[in-house]
Design a protein around this ligand. Structure first.
Ligand code: IPM
Ligand code: SF4
Length: 418
């Protein structure tokens, strides 16, 4: 069985396989400031009671603090919904990006079925959970019934081996995007494994699963292991619950025949990867884009705003100053990452370097809040999407890279790995 089949089978108490259709109870449902109002509208057409006020999580992250009256009014609708239905889990005051908050606050656990009204909900597959993004009307149905249906996805196995200290989770996922292509995994699971994946910490594993949707993937998945359980412990999950999860651990034996296909690569001699405008699968080895002038650099987002990312960037930027032809925006993915970065002196390093620090949230990632680009400008971002106009201007260009490449490029003012 593939990991996707195994998780869904365990949950349903019977064996299900790729292409089967299943109706299933969800363990966690998430919406954010951008998608809650439409979800509420769809929900109210079918019910006046949520299925379970403890299994819903609502996060404000896309436009926080509100930048327009429209965004502020959408937040009023959401706050009213939270009060009316006594929703227990909500993070509304710049606590961070939903895909960071969910695991950080201990909401995500292996074997869960998680749905969210955001396409990057697939991030949580890094914990061995079946997690996927939905549109607001599907979420309205989930808020009312706690149920949804899936076609069990076929699986592309991605095996990554080798060792290379210059290669991060972001380089691995960009390479995967190049290999699989923008629609190569449509409605499929991307199941990551191999020694190089096993060696990654949870922040880096989340990067791999976060970008599954950029290949059309339904879910990104990584088998839970001791790294997963250590993370859960730090996120406040009780020892008792972790022991229970370990007892129920799903282990799969890799079996070629169960996969739609297998993609394999070795990172030992791989160079850093950069996605060029205007799609995350337009990936080149860094040597092909060295010297590209950059106007704005953004380190943050649900892909690469983790504490580990900020540590890597700060180590590179310490004692240096920003190139006068570029600007740098740094946004920790959550308030607790911001606090940790303050405690470790990372924020001092960024500020001294010449960076602008903004409140935890999505920031410039989708061009709807702050850090919008001007005509003809080029941005290098640690985010997951570089579609035309993604950062708020159809006449701008966005490149995607790891935090290390973003930091090095902020010193030089052009794309570099030195
Ligand atoms: C606004 C939201 C619905 C959207 C998504 O679903 O992914 C956003 O987070 C994005 O990254 O484009
Ligand atoms: S950080 Fe970007 S990709 Fe992630 S949820 Fe926010 S807008 Fe979407």
């Amino acid at each position: 069985m593939t990991l996707a089949e195994a998780i869904l089978s365990k949950k349903l108490g019977k064996n299900v396989y790729a292409k089967d259709s299943v109706e299933i109870d969800v363990d966690l449902a998430m919406t954010h400031d951008g998608t809650t109002p439409l979800t509420v509208k769809a929900f109210e057409e079918i019910s006046d009671r949520v299925f379970d006020n403890k299994k819903i999580v609502i996060v404000f992250d896309h436009n926080i603090p509100a930048n327009t009256s429209k965004a502020a009014n959408m937040q009023i609708i959401t706050r009213d919904f939270i009060k009316k239905h006594d929703i227990k889990n909500y993070y509304l005051d710049g606590e961070g990006i939903c895909h960071q908050i969910l695991p950080e606050k201990g909401h995500v656990k292996p074997n869960m079925v998680i749905v969210g009204a955001d396409s990057h909900t697939c991030t949580h597959g890094a914990f061995g959970a079946f997690a996927t993004g939905f549109g607001a009307s599907d979420m309205g149905y989930v808020y009312a019934t706690g149920k949804t249906w899936f076609r069990v996805p076929e699986t592309i196995r991605v095996n990554v081996t080798g060792k290379n200290e210059n290669i991060s989770g972001k380089d691995i996922v960009l390479k995967t995007c190049k290999e699989v292509g923008r629609s190569g995994a449509t409605y499929m699971a991307l199941e990551y494994g191999g020694s190089a994946v096993k060696a990654l910490n949870m922040d880096e594993r989340m990067v791999l699963c976060n970008m599954a949707i950029e290949m059309g993937g339904k879910v990104g998945l990584i088998e839970a292991d001791h790294t997963t359980y250590d993370y859960l412990k730090n996120a406040g999950v009780s020892n008792q619950e972790i022991a229970e999860l370990q007892r129920n651990k799903i282990s799969i034996t890799e079996n070629e025949e169960t996969y739609f296909k297998t993609v394999e690569f070795d990172i030992t001699d791989m160079e850093e990867q950069v996605a060029c405008p205007h799609h995350p699968d337009n990936v080149k080895g860094i040597s092909e884009v060295l010297g590209t002038p950059i106007d704005q650099i953004f380190i943050g987002s649900c892909t690469n705003g983790h504490i580990g990312d900020l540590r890597i960037a700060a180590k590179i930027l310490k004692g240096k100053s920003i190139n006068k032809n570029t600007r740098l925006i740094v946004i920790p993915a959550s308030k607790s990452i911001l606090k940790q970065a303050l405690n470790e002196g990372l924020i001092d390093i960024f500020v001294d370097f010449g960076a602008l620090i903004c409140a935890p949230g999505c920031g410039p990632c989708l061009g709807a809040h702050e850090g919008v680009l001007g005509d003809g400008e080029v941005c290098l971002a640690t985010t997951n999407r570089n579609f035309k106009g993604r950062m708020g201007n159809i006449n701008s260009e966005v490149y995607l890279s790891s935090p290390a490449i973003a930091a090095k490029s902020a010193i030089k003012g052009h794309i570099t790995n030195e």
